[in-house]
Design a protein around this ligand. Structure first.
Ligand SMILES: Nc1ncnc2c1ncn2[C@@H]1O[C@H](COP(=O)(O)OP(=O)(O)OP(=O)(O)O)[C@@H](O)[C@H]1O
Ligand SMILES: [Mg+2]
Length: 246
């Protein structure tokens, strides 16, 4: 079944800076699912996301994408990186129109002008942002800017969408709009989504699978239903119930 195909597989991933910050024995991300990564501040969530996105090289360990080891060749590695999109909590949009911001990744990937017009138009329409198309990005509210950042990230149909606390600092209305956007895009295709969030309720609302990280380690990973109702580990239970002291 296509749903079950493995997209990313990490084995024995270890990362140290001046000390060990991440140690993941095994992590498998399947195609088409939405993953929520939760865990306390400093647990290693962003580091894990950056390793998955090939922005940060692990100190050791192996990484497979669709069953193949990472290419050693820089050009092939860039091509692989370009099949993924990463959205941060603090959006960096270009001081240009919304339209050009969304078109950016398509231009970088050498899509034809006609195809760019078609895709940007369709995407803005789909996401209810057609009215913002000609606004300058630096005049947008925080919530609008984050919607544009996500639209820009998905415009080229990435296989993997990585989101690092994309709704932190947004009001509940905007959080809801963005969660709905993510669900809609996930349902529309085979894109895999990995979303880091501090908010366990958000993970519960949106994720199929939840990964709980504490102190650099995956404490527990499983279907959202299970993690929130009958987690196996005491630490997971305490964290999702908001009772973890740290
Ligand atoms: N470039 C770096 N150099 C040194 N230490 C780093 C670097 N990046 C991250 N760290 C350390 O690695 C640990 C994990 O950081 P990371 O940013 O992955 O945590 P996080 O779970 O995303 O936290 P938060 O919820 O606060 O964003 C932290 O102790 C952090 O200080
Ligand atoms: Mg972080």
């Amino acid at each position: 079944m296509a749903q079950e195909a493995v997209l990313v597989e990490l084995t024995g991933i270890y990362k140290e800076y001046d000390r060990e910050v991440l140690q993941v024995d095994s992590l498998v991300l399947k195609k088409g699912l939405i993953y929520g990564i939760i865990g306390p501040s400093g647990a290693g969530k962003t580091t894990l996301l950056r390793i998955i996105n090939l922005l940060t090289p692990p100190s050791s360990g192996t990484y497979h994408f669709k069953g193949k080891p990472l290419p050693g060749n820089g050009r092939e590695r860039l091509a692989l990186q370009r099949s993924m999109a990463l959205v941060f909590q603090k959006t960096l949009l270009f001081r240009d129109s919304v339209w050009n911001n969304v078109a950016y990744g398509l231009r970088a990937r050498k899509y034809s002008p006609a195809e760019i017009d078609r895709r940007v138009g369709q995407l803005l329409e789909q996401l209810g942002m057609a009215d913002l198309a000609h606004r300058r990005a630096d005049t947008l509210s925080g919530g609008e800017a984050q919607r544009v950042a996500i639209a820009r990230a998905v415009a080229f149909d990435p296989e993997l969408l990585l989101l690092d606390e994309p709704t932190a600092n947004l009001d509940p209305g905007n959080v809801e709009v963005i969660e709905e956007m993510i669900r809609k895009m996930s349902r529309a295709g085979s894109m895999t989504v990995v979303m880091v969030t501090h908010n366990v309720f958000q993970a519960r609302r949106i994720a199929d699978e939840v990964i709980f990280i504490d102190d650099g380690k995956v404490v527990e990973m499983g279907p959202a239903k299970k993690i929130f109702s009958k987690a196996e580990h005491e630490k997971t239970r305490l964290y999702v119930e908001g009772r973890m002291i740290y």
